[in-house]
Design a protein around this ligand. Structure first.
Ligand code: DLL
Length: 429
């Protein structure tokens, strides 16, 4: 535990945040032309930012700003100081690329290690990391965090459920880290195989990367005989570990010494009253490579400032209650309808489509229904099946999502007078 920080008085925390904000704004101004131009155009100099209260003078940063400066345009360091990059979905075309110096990786690992400690993990425990490894931040983020705590790490990555279960049985896993839907799937599969969860040493799960409910937590705790904890993060800010639940399970403690949170009204950009729902905004006050200022997460959330039963004084975020944009998370992968549309257009299809998202036995399913053009409609069944396969393969290779593709008769999707209804989400989240 990092008692000095995690149990700091509000006054001490604000002092630290103020110092870090002033330093990061100076870094951003001096090394990121985008921020220099933006602040200049608003008549703000880095010296104007002295206290954390000055943060509201600063402009917001949007996901589209990252896209417009793809891939490295918002980085404050050169290649020689970059230690790693990760990436997540962009709204169309390009992914969102994020970078870390070695210091940033250390900060990230430290935040996760603190969260692991807060649910009672120690270096004597073993963690099975079943988040995807690779450009997605889940696998490597937890990997480094658990390593910083000195835990025994099983870098399982996601998938291959039978092997995950064998590892849970044979390697003495104490903590399983994966998306909540995958944890449920592992639990269901164990049940089908007649494996009693009580026969495993598994004590806890750290689940996040997609929304999940309190009801699902209860089900997971019963199914796997564990305590199930929530973890939040987004690639642009760090990845997992921006906020993590402690053993009290009363909201996720934000690592606010590195990621300063605000909640704003998404329409006006003004702060909402404390305790009210709004859009969560983070400023990376302790990061070198990608010092994002007031990044709009699009997650709808509220903050809780009361002291937690665990004794920590850091502000907590309650479960996100949706998004202000149309991003979906399907099997842990972020998908924007606009990305689907780009793929369809690149294949010469008409952009008349609908996405049907459902959840069958704890796994998300996606069906993409696409209207055929008139000339395609007269094709043979064989040709149509081949076209469906080709589209499904393109979706898999460009967006990494598995979808069932169904071609429909021309003009069979409902037309709307306003915004087309692209998504039907039947999951109860
Ligand atoms: O999902 C990072 C992560 C990995 C978090 C592993 C937790 C565990 P992205 O792929 O950039 O990063 O997706 C970020 O996922 O803006 C939320 O909408 C959603 N999200 C993440 N955690 C939670 C959670 C990772 N605990 C986006 N509850 C965020 C609800 C979550 N939504």
């Amino acid at each position: 535990m990092d008692q000095e920080i995690e149990c700091a008085s509000r006054e001490d925390m604000r002092k630290l945040q103020s110092e870090r904000l002033a330093k990061m704004v100076k870094n951003a101004y001096e090394h990121v032309p985008f921020y220099r131009e933006k602040l200049d155009s608003m008549g703000i100099k880095p010296e104007d930012i002295q206290s954390i209260d000055d943060i509201t003078k600063l402009p917001f940063t949007l996901k589209t700003d990252l896209r417009d400066h793809y891939p490295f345009g918002l980085f404050a360091v050169g290649k020689e100081d970059l230690a790693r990059i990760h990436a997540s979905s962009g709204t169309t075309g390009h992914p969102t690329v994020v970078g870390y110096t070695q210091h940033d990786l250390d900060v990230w690992a430290h935040c996760i290690a603190r969260g692991l400690t807060s649910i009672g993990m120690t270096k004597a425990d073993t963690v099975q990391i079943a988040y995807g490894y690779g450009l997605f931040t889940g696998g490597l983020g937890f990997h480094d965090g658990a390593g910083a705590l000195g835990m025994t790490v099983i870098p399982a990555s996601s998938g291959n459920t039978n092997r995950q279960i064998a590892m849970l049985q044979d390697y003495g896993t104490d903590l399983l880290c994966c998306t909540p839907s995958y944890a449920m799937y592992i639990g269901e599969t164990m049940k089908e195989k007649g494996i009693d969860p009580k026969s495993l040493p598994l004590r806890a799960t750290f689940c996040g990367a997609e929304p999940w409910t309190e009801e699902m937590r209860k089900e997971m705790e019963a199914l796997l005989d564990v305590r199930a904890y929530d973890v939040y993060g987004l690639s642009e800010i760090a990845g997992p570990g921006v906020a993590m639940e402690c053993y009290a399970q009363a909201g996720m403690h934000i690592a606010e010494d590195y990621f300063y949170p605000e909640v704003i009204d998404p329409d006006t950009g003004e702060p909402v009253e404390d305790g009210q729902y709004g859009e969560l905004v983070f400023t990376c006050i302790g990061k070198e490579a990608l010092p994002l200022i007031r990044y709009r997460t699009r997650d709808i959330c509220k903050l809780e400032r009361s002291k937690c039963a665990c004794g920590r004084t850091t502000v907590r975020m309650m479960k996100p209650q949706g998004r202000t944009d149309d991003m979906l998370i399907i099997r842990g992968i972020n998908v924007f309808p606009s990305q689907i549309e780009s793929v369809l257009l690149s294949l010469g299809m008409e952009p008349n489509y609908q996405m049907i998202v459902d959840r069958k036995g704890n796994l998300d399913t996606l069906e993409v229904q696409i209207e055929m053009a008139e000339e395609m409609f007269s094709d043979t069944m064989k040709n149509l099946a081949a076209a469906e396969k080709r589209i499904a393969e393109a979706l898999k290779s460009t967006l990494n999502i598995v979808a069932k593709v169904r071609l429909l008769e021309p003009k069979s999707l409902p037309r709307s007078e306003g915004k087309a209804k692209r998504v039907i989400d039947n999951r109860k989240l």
